[in-house]
Design a protein around this ligand. Structure first.
Ligand code: ADP
Ligand code: ADP
Length: 235
């Protein structure tokens, strides 16, 4: 059974039909790529999975159960985490603090709770290294990391928070070829760990190296879905 099954989903904004009868699946250990130019409906598709918008028609099955995901928090409860292109990080704070942003473990009693800094440092380091990123120093401000490394930290954080499905919004679009390579390796690692990944991009070249299946959207419609063995890319 797939983690997510999207069945003929549609979404309208007033008179504008942003998605029409789009179907696909997200399976554990697979990368589903959603491709399309501007206006194709990619952001709308993300928002529906991420709990930011509800679909107008069709069905969204999560673990076989039809759902309307009503908020990002509800999405995370269902195991779906979204990593956006513009990451919400605090550049001057250490990597470990960003890793735990909003969910910092504390020690002690009373009104002054002490952050469990040792735990956060240790966990950040081990979670990152389990995914193949060895940071010299998790105390450095996250702003000093490369764009690719920051993207990896965001993905590792989602995995740590219990995500089974990662929705990645243009994870390589703002990166050069080398940094993209870092992120693609990381995505491959997540797949190895059995996560289902949705890779959303306007550029097929970015998704092709790690993609298992490819859905092409155009003006809100699905032009089809193919396995990697069924497609090739022109330069
Ligand atoms: P993409 O991310 O692939 O560029 P979008 O999902 O953003 O595509 O947009 C799909 C279509 O829906 C476009 O025609 C866009 O103008 C329209 N659209 C997106 N968001 C809204 C909105 N909030 N209100 C009205 N129309 C929207
Ligand atoms: P863009 O239009 O996004 O700048 P191009 O389509 O011009 O990217 O990229 C040209 C080639 O360089 C492609 O074949 C692609 O393999 C590679 N490339 C460029 N940027 C990236 C990236 N961020 N991730 C992966 N490959 C890239």
């Amino acid at each position: 059974e797939p983690l997510i099954e999207v069945r003929e989903i549609g979404k309208s904004y007033g008179n504008v039909i942003a998605l029409r009868d789009v179907s696909t699946t997200v399976a554990a250990g697979q990368v589903t790529c959603v491709l399309g130019d501007n206006g194709a409906g990619k952001s709308t598709f993300i928002k529906i999975l991420a709990g930011a918008h509800e679909h107008s028609s069709g069905e969204l099955l999560i673990d076989g159960v039809a759902r309307h995901v009503s908020s990002p928090r509800a999405a995370l409860t269902l195991g779906i985490a979204t990593v956006y292109q513009d990451l919400a990080v605090v550049p001057l704070m250490p990597v470990w603090r960003n890793f735990f942003l909003g969910s910092e473990p504390t020690k002690g009693v009373g009104p002054l709770r002490r952050l469990d800094v040792d735990f956060m440092r240790r966990t950040t380091k081990s979670e990152l290294s389990a995914m193949g990123i060895d940071l010299r120093d998790v105390d450095q401000p996250i702003g000093t990391l490369s764009g690719g490394e920051r993207q990896c930290v965001a993905i590792a954080r989602a995995v740590y928070l219990g995500a089974r499905v990662l929705i990645l919004d243009e994870p390589t679009a703002a990166l050069g070829v080398k940094q993209s390579g870092v992120v693609l390796k990381y995505i491959a690692k997540a797949r190895e760990r059995g996560l289902g990944v949705v890779f959303i991009t306007h550029n097929p070249h970015h998704a092709y190296p790690v993609g298992d299946r490819f859905v092409l959207l155009r003006r809100g419609r699905s032009m089809g879905e193919w396995a990697k063995s069924e497609i090739t890319l022109d330069e």
